[in-house]
Design a protein around this ligand. Structure first.
Ligand code: ZN
Length: 295
């Protein structure tokens, strides 16, 4: 891939993730607006490839993660025609074996270790600053994308929720809740499944800036440009320093322990009912609350 090619915007109808470089900033965009950017595995593997490309390009100083259309991301894909839960994709890092030909807990832990917890953790540790540019819905799996980034800049109409307790599941796989907000706020967030709007999220420290929808992109790019003036290696070390401090506050080991609870819940659902999601698809989640997230 030549430098000139890497600077060309790539947008095609069937591209679920687009990649564009503007100056020193790589813009990675989830592109399934018709489905509120629901994340199937095709999306997560495409995000992984796009982030790797941005990390490997020395001209890129900052990565912006965006969602096309009205919403950042409505969560994991639990019901669109493009749901691809049983498919095999080429794995970049060895975390577990391929899930596709396995069954039950064997399959679920393999898949979720790879595409949910594993990828989000690797993305959080990407050695370049990442800014999530969030508008509209940021629900369940959408939180995992935004929380993997270093900053969140949100428009006034953005809202955040993790409604998966309705499925009997204690939150999404990348369980950052008590670290991105206070533990009491995290409990309210989980226990009610309520939407926290951008201002509430800002008050809780989860969001860095709240601006109008028109100001969202200019604000993100102005911030990215200021960060780009810093030396690449200094930024990488500063990011690692803060992440290490978070991990020393228990984030990494806390997530590991909650991942076990998460899979106890999936297994319980499968044992006593129809499936690991307590029989709930996107429509059922919407009807039981006001959200369409997935687990
Ligand atoms: Zn899960």
């Amino acid at each position: 891939m030549s430098t000139a090619e890497s600077r060309t915007a790539e947008v095609a109808e069937d591209q679920v993730v687009t990649y564009e470089v503007r100056g020193t900033v790589a813009v990675v965009t989830v592109n399934r607006p018709r489905y509120r950017n629901a994340q199937n595995s095709k999306v997560t593997y495409a995000l992984d490839a796009a982030f790797t490309r941005a990390v490997d390009d020395d001209a890129v100083k900052v990565i912006v993660l965006a969602g096309s259309g009205e919403h950042f991301s409505g969560g994991h894909d639990i019901g669109t025609p493009g749901r691809d839960i049983d498919e095999t994709f080429e794995r970049r890092a060895v975390i577990w074996w391929d899930h596709a030909d396995k069954h039950g807990v064997d399959s679920r832990i393999a898949r979720e270790s790879e595409v949910y917890l594993g990828m989000c953790r690797r993305w959080r540790e990407i050695p370049k600053p990442m800014i999530a540019m969030v508008q509209g819905a940021c629900i369940a799996g959408g939180l995992m994308l935004a929380w993997s980034c270093d900053f969140i800049v949100a428009s006034e109409d953005a809202f955040f929720s993790d409604p998966v307790v309705r499925m009997g599941i204690p939150g999404v796989e990348f369980f950052a809740h008590p670290w991105v907000m206070s533990p009491r706020a995290a409990k309210e967030f989980l226990f009610t499944g309520d939407r926290f709007d951008a201002r509430r999220a800002h008050q809780l420290g989860m969001v860095n800036h709240v601006v109008s929808r028109e100001e969202l992109e200019p604000t993100v790019f102005a911030l990215a440009e200021r960060i780009s003036a810093m030396p690449r290696f200094g930024l990488a070390l500063a990011k690692k320093a803060v992440n290490q401090a978070e991990d020393l506050q228990g984030m990494r080991s806390g997530m590991d322990s909650v991942f076990g609870l998460h899979h106890a819940a999936h297994s319980h659902n499968a044992e006593v009912g129809a499936d690991s999601l307590a029989g709930m698809d996107a429509r059922a989640m919407r009807e039981s609350g006001r959200s369409a997230g997935g687990a």
